[in-house]
Design a protein around this ligand. Structure first.
Ligand code: NAP
Length: 505
């Protein structure tokens, strides 16, 4: 029964979703045995395969140092798909596994490259080559140089790299230089998987395909904006990476700033990748600098301590990463401002953290209060309108409006949401961000990827904040696991007479 439902649902999705054809491609995943490849990339490809969207003849090759063969890698992928996907019929699964190959190769060595070259040359000509660097950035130079010196990069071969792109402006530039020696910028796809989420793309449509919102989308009507990306989990197995990064480098520099850009950008002249990225870049360049002079007023750093009741899931951050002391922030809140005519004076409150009470990513556009209330106090308080764009989970949009509570007995005001959940409105599975992004790489559509200048502008703004924290002798403020961060984060917004949005409030 379960499988029948699954196939019926898939049939409906296929019937409803128009599909743009793809060229035949070869995808080489450096780091093919790693977490990203097995947990995200291959399940995403598999879902597209189920929907019949991978053109016949397309192939995928996993690369890592482990000396395994095609069959062993396929078994690892099979196990990963069983964890990540609903059950499917055995034939479909076998057909997918048959497009997978594996070549053992140390990118910093010389052995194995000939095998990869042979695999690439064994396909028909005219196919798009995509090299996905799902490895530590320290391996990018070896991978790019190895591909370039062996002539494996063709004119329209593409490279995909993941965040973190550096840990500051200098290291980001160094990575971009390494990639730029081998691939043209137009063929370089820097993934911020948040941009592949349906609601994030919908933000562009919501703003620029509706005459209703754009006239209100400015300081005259918007009081402030909140962007929250909250996780309930701690660092889990990623302690070594995370302790060197922290919430600012892991989430703020990329996901939160990208969301801010989409909210704040001016209308691009066309729906074209560079037109949109030009507008996002202008927003990043217009952010008010925060540095040692004002970091204490505009930013809050936190680190989670043990929660209640004590358990493995509520352990303190320092215990999780096995250190007696660490100054890495697992929470950050800040007040940003975009200095231009549209947004002058409108605060953008951003916050992100681990071990918060709820897993939620959302953007709240808080409108101004009506200029004058005609209702008397007995009717109840007038609450300003809010537009809440929920990025995950339960992707959708809520517009909070004031209405009259139904019934006789006087006029009472009530705040209610116009609620559009995408899942229930369209009745379709929301595709994982990587499903869309991988296909966009194959199509050569860079719209949802970060351009080099965007990444560098984001670091240019963040670096002085990180430097101010570095100089500050005080450690991050501690907060109990399972809370909404340090009290200072609440104070940051309440000092301005505002509060963090709560859905039920
Ligand atoms: P991971 O699980 O540690 O996997 C690393 C992969 O690289 C393994 O397949 C490893 O296999 C391979 N590798 C290591 N050294 C190599 C070498 N010298 N030559 C060839 N292959 C080598 O890491 P991950 O979590 O997948 O993350 C990969 C990258 O994506 C990192 O930069 C990470 O920050 C980023 N990222 C990951 C996620 C995620 O969800 N995991 C999300 C966003 C960004 P062998 O050791 O067998 O060689």
């Amino acid at each position: 029964m379960f499988e029948v439902c699954y196939w019926y649902r898939e049939f409906r999705i296929r019937a409803m979703t128009p599909q743009i054809p793809l060229p035949v491609f070869d995808l080489v995943i450096f780091g093919g045995t790693g977490d990203l490849a097995l947990r995200k990339l291959l399940p995403a490809l598999f879902h597209r395969f189920i929907e019949g969207q991978l053109p016949a003849g397309s192939r995928v090759c996993g690369i890592a140092r482990d000396r395994i063969d095609d069959a062993e890698w396929r078994e690892r992928v099979r196990a990963a798909l069983a964890r990540a996907s609903d059950p499917v019929d055995a034939q479909t699964l076998e057909r997918f596994l048959a497009v997978l190959a594996y070549r053992a190769l140390d990118v910093d060595g010389t052995a194995g490259w000939e095998d990869l070259a042979q695999w690439l040359h064994s396909g028909d000509g005219g196919r798009v080559r995509v090299f996905y660097l799902a490895t530590s950035p320290t391996l990018f130079a070896g991978a790019c140089d190895g591909l370039r010196t062996r002539g494996l990069i063709e004119a329209d071969s593409r490279v995909v790299i993941e965040k973190p792109i550096g840990r500051d402006l200098d290291s980001a530039r160094a990575i971009n230089e390494v990639i730029g020696r081998a691939f043209e910028e137009r063929n370089t796809f820097r993934i911020d998987h948040y941009l592949g989420k349906e609601t994030v793309q919908n933000l562009i449509v919501l703003r620029f395909a509706n005459a209703l919102l754009e006239p209100l989308w400015r300081a005259e009507h918007i009081d402030h904006v909140q962007i929250t990306v909250a996780e309930t989990i701690g660092v889990e197995q990623r302690g070594a990476y995370y302790d060197n990064a922290g919430a600012s480098r892991d989430m703020l520099q990329n996901h939160l700033l990208q969301l801010l850009c989409l909210v704040a950008m001016e209308p691009p002249a066309t729906f074209d990748a560079d037109a949109i990225r030009d507008e996002k870049l202008k927003v990043l360049n217009a952010l008010t600098p925060i540095d040692a002079h004002n970091a204490a007023q505009h930013t809050v750093r936190g680190q989670y301590r043990e929660g209640v009741p004590a358990s493995a899931a509520t352990r303190a951050y320092a215990d999780e990463v096995g250190k007696a002391h660490t100054r890495t922030e697992t929470f950050v809140a800040l007040k940003a401002e975009v200095r231009n005519w549209r947004w002058a004076g409108v605060p953008f409150y951003l916050r992100t953290g681990k071990r918060l009470p709820e897993r939620v990513s959302e953007i709240v556009i808080a409108f101004r209060q009506v200029p004058h209330s005609i209702f008397n106090g007995d009717a109840g308080a007038l609450v300003p309108n809010k537009l809440v764009v929920r990025v995950q989970p339960d992707e959708g949009i809520k517009l909070w409006l004031m209405i009259k509570y139904p019934g006789p007995g006087g006029l009472r005001l009530r705040r209610v949401p116009l609620d559009m959940s995408f899942a229930s409105t369209f009745g379709v599975r929301q595709p994982e961000a990587y499903e869309r992004l991988l296909l966009d790489v194959v199509r050569g559509n860079p719209m949802l990827f970060m351009r080099r200048d965007e990444v560098e502008a984001a670091w240019r703004w963040l670096d002085p904040i990180l430097a101010a924290w570095e100089r500050d002798e005080a450690p991050p403020k501690s907060y109990p696991s399972g809370s909404w961060g340090p009290n200072a984060s609440i104070a940051l917004i309440e000092r301005d007479g505002r509060t963090w949005h709560e859905d039920a409030a």
